[in-house]
Unconditional design. Structure first.
Length: 194
C-alpha cells in the first residue's frame, strides 16, 4: 500500500492530467420517456449524438459536460446502488423547486449539507438520483439582499457619500438659513398653517 502512494505521489509531477469531467452515462429502460424527463424537468438541451448501433440520447450539462442516456441493450439492466447520483449546480433552488412541482417530478424538499450547500434530490423515470445544488454561501432568491447590498462596499460608500453631499448642498443653498430662522419649516404642517 505504501508503495502505491509513493508511485502516485511521483506520478503527480508528470504531465498526465485530467482536465475535466466530460460526460456522465446512465442506462435507461425507455429513451423517449427519460429524454422527456431530462428535457422538461431539468431543462437540459439535447445535443447531436453519433450514430451508435443502440438507442440513446445526449444532453448538454453546463458548458462542456454532457449527459449520455443509453438504452438497455445487451447485458441485463441493473439498478444502481441507491446512494449513487450525480449533482448539477444551479443558481436558484427555490425556483427549481417550484418548477419541479409544476412538472410533477419526484423530488424531496431542499435540505442543507453540513458545509452550508443546499440540495434538492430527485429521481428520473428509472429511479436514478439527480441532485440539484447551490454551493456554500450562495444566496437563493428568498435570501438575496437588496440591490444596494449587491454593490461592492466601495460603490455603496461612494453612493452614500454622493447622497449626503446632495442633501448638505440642498440644505446649504436653499433651506439651511431658513431652517435656523424658522425651526417650524420642517414640520408636517402645510406652508399656510406654519
Amino acid at each position: 500500500m505504501v508503495e502505491w502512494f509513493k508511485r502516485a505521489s511521483d506520478e503527480r509531477n508528470s504531465t498526465v492530467t485530467i482536465r475535466e469531467l466530460n460526460h456522465v452515462a446512465i442506462y435507461v429502460t425507455n429513451v423517449e420517456r427519460s429524454s422527456d424527463f431530462y428535457r422538461r424537468a431539468l431543462r437540459l438541451e439535447p445535443i447531436p449524438r453519433p450514430a451508435f448501433t443502440f438507442p440513446g440520447a445526449w444532453f448538454r450539462l453546463g458548458t462542456n459536460q454532457e449527459l449520455h442516456l443509453i438504452a438497455e441493450h445487451g447485458p441485463p439492466f441493473f439498478r444502481n446502488h441507491p446512494g449513487n447520483h450525480f449533482a448539477l449546480r444551479v443558481d436558484d433552488l427555490d425556483e427549481w423547486e417550484r418548477h419541479l412541482k409544476s412538472v410533477g417530478a419526484d423530488f424531496a424538499v431542499k435540505k442543507q449539507r453540513p458545509d452550508g450547500a443546499w440540495q434538492v434530490f430527485l429521481r428520473d423515470p428509472d429511479g436514478q438520483v439527480v441532485v440539484l445544488f447551490t454551493p456554500p454561501g450562495h444566496k437563493s432568491s428568498t435570501q438575496r439582499q437588496d440591490p444596494l447590498r449587491q454593490l461592492g462596499s466601495p460603490c455603496r460608500a461612494i453612493l452614500l457619500l454622493f447622497l449626503v453631499l446632495v442633501l448638505v448642498l440642498d440644505l446649504a443653498i436653499w433651506d439651511f438659513p431658513y431652517a435656523i430662522c424658522h425651526p417650524r419649516r420642517f414640520s408636517c404642517l402645510p406652508p399656510a398653517e406654519r
